[in-house]
Design a protein around this ligand. Structure first.
Ligand SMILES: [Zn+2]
Length: 339
């Protein structure tokens, strides 16, 4: 399998985020790249850099206002007297329909949902190339059965004009839109331990891209406000979003049972290509401790996805530093390829 990655994705090096009122080291560290590259190579992947498809495919998902913000905010932030080293907002609008502010601090609050997506000098460049990795991966599906895009920073918590949860550009959504533009009928299957709220939000009113997410129950887990089973889409999109909530600590058997339901929905939709938002943080020893999937379980997840018999783009989402991170990727991709 081909793996797509660009060295410039290293440039996002987040330092801080707030959790439960404590200032903590940000878990979305570039060291994840090392572990994931080792894992991909162990699965037999050959790594290549993405092409540059430009801003067009990114702007098909994200608003012009938001893209301008991501590109310029750090420079503007540095001009604020006494500002911290990273862009982290201290105020958020009560509603997304409230007035759009002119100030850097106000815009940060408007475009950053939480404190887990700090922006510094290399963030835009890293996010841009992370998206390009997913776009090239999508394009390669014309000839490949499956491709792995090592998209880091991740993307599935990013909405059309809103960063959040370590995510800036929604790589999986950008890839799905790219495939749609090529005349395909894509489904996005999100197996990250966290609900893919940004992806859901982007396609919520649409029926041309199916979104399915399997995740720890958000009643008591990030992202809290989204990911519940009654969120099924809206307007033309009603019935084209499926959330499958799993109890905290769900094991391999429970996850695979939920995955069966997800795969059945993708078959019913008549998808001819699948984008897997591949979080590896459902792992039992992931620092987020939401679910209890084992390394072997990831192999079974990969095999079950292969059972769809569709061209498959794996887009890296979460999965944080623990000694098995690379092994869990190897297991997923090997499980897929040997099925
Ligand atoms: Zn996650």
């Amino acid at each position: 399998m081909k793996a797509i990655f660009d060295e410039r994705q290293w440039k996002h090096q987040p330092k801080n985020f707030m959790a439960n009122g404590a200032l903590l080291p940000n878990p979305e560290q570039p060291e994840r790249i090392d572990r994931l590259l080792i894992g991909a190579k162990a699965a037999g992947c050959t790594v290549q850099a993405p092409d540059d498809a430009g801003l067009g495919p990114i702007a098909a998902i994200h608003s012009a206002e938001y893209l301008t913000f991501l590109q310029n905010i750090y420079t503007r932030w540095r001009r604020i007297d006494g500002a911290g080293e990273e862009v982290i907002p201290n105020i958020h609008p009560a509603n997304r329909t409230d007035s759009y502010p002119k100030s850097a601090i106000g815009q940060a609050g408007f475009h950053q949902a939480d404190t887990a997506c700090p922006i510094a000098s290399g963030t835009w460049e890293a996010a841009y190339w992370s998206a390009q990795s997913a776009i090239t991966g999508a394009d390669l599906l014309t000839t490949e059965r499956a491709v792995y895009a090592l998209s880091r920073p991740p993307g599935h918590h990013a909405f059309g004009d809103l960063a959040g949860g370590f995510c800036f550009l929604n790589n999986s959504a950008i890839a799905a839109e790219r495939l749609l533009a090529q005349g395909k009928r894509p489904a996005i299957l999100d197996v990250d331990v966290h609900h893919g709220n940004g992806t859901q939000g982007i396609f919520y009113n649409r029926r041309d891209v199916l979104t399915v997410s399997l995740h720890a129950d958000p009643a008591r887990f990030y992202p809290f406000f989204w990911g519940h089973t009654d969120e099924r889409g809206e307007g033309a999109g009603l019935g084209y979003n499926l959330n499958l909530c799993l109890s905290r600590g769900t094991d391999d058997a429970g996850f695979l049972a939920g995955l069966d339901v997800a795969l059945q929905q993708i078959r019913s939709f008549g998808a001819d290509v699948v984008v897997v938002a591949l979080g590896l943080d459902a792992f039992i020893d992931d620092p987020f401790k939401g679910l209890a999937v084992t390394t072997e379980g990831f192999g079974r997840i990969g095999a079950a996805i292969a059972g769809l018999g569709l061209p498959t783009l794996f887009v890296q989402e979460g999965g944080y530093l623990c000694k098995e991170l690379g092994d869990n990727l190897t297991s997923t991709l090997t499980g897929f390829e040997s099925a």
